[in-house]
Ligand binder design. Sequence first.
Ligand SMILES: [Zn+2]
Length: 281
Amino acid sequence: MPLVTLANALAIAKEKNIAIGAFNIGNYESLKAVIDCASEEKLPVIVQIFNRLFNDDKARDMAALVKVMAENVNIPVVLHLDHGKTIAQVERAVQYGFTSVMIDASDLPMEENIQMTKAVVAIAHSHHISVEAELGRLLPKGAIDCENFLTVPEEALEFVKQTGIDALAVAIGTSHGFYKETPFIDLERLKKINAMVGIPIVLHGGSGTPDDIIQKSVLCGIRKINLATELHQAYIDGIAIQAEIHKEKFSPIDVYNVPVYEKMKKLVRQKMRLFALMSPE
Ligand SMILES: [Zn+2]
């Protein structure tokens, strides 16, 4: 089916009380693993393209591929710009047919974050696509004093009211990348934010967050969970295994990549079921 907006997909998540996986893809195999898995599991999925891929033609080319692949499956697929940093990136995402953008101005003071986000909402909504924005900051690795980084519920309400965004990314204790120690996730804060803002809440830093905490966060209102690092690591590990196997024996790329694709797909399936509160098997 044609691509759907993030608002459409998250409405399904809300109705079912689940979270939808948002996977950062970087090449054909990772994209194929994500779309095929969602199709087999009959779950909506968010394909994310990180802002770095807008530095050259990758985002444009991958977007064309996502559109074709979405049209050939029977589940809702969202094409989303992850951590958009500039208006120019947002405009290019619109031009490439993205159905959702994130604008991340969370490192600016709140007032400037609001102004930047409002500008993006005006552009995106005029093209009927969704906007995710972030308030609060994800923890830098090894942060000790985390209180200053976390999202304040009252500020979140104000931010949502003033900007008109479709989804809010919050800081409740997760970090990007892998964790060295088990993170403390502030579920009480999440519950409060969820009760106040009335729009879907997004969890960044899904990689390495323990399964029980992920499920509790879904029960507290998380509707989109971002996963990048673990998926990319599965790819890198898969390639390393193949490199060892094919040391002295040539294999064409499409054949070489099949076990790598399967490895990523296995991880995606496990995460999709976890986020949808389904049994792992
Ligand atoms: Zn993120």
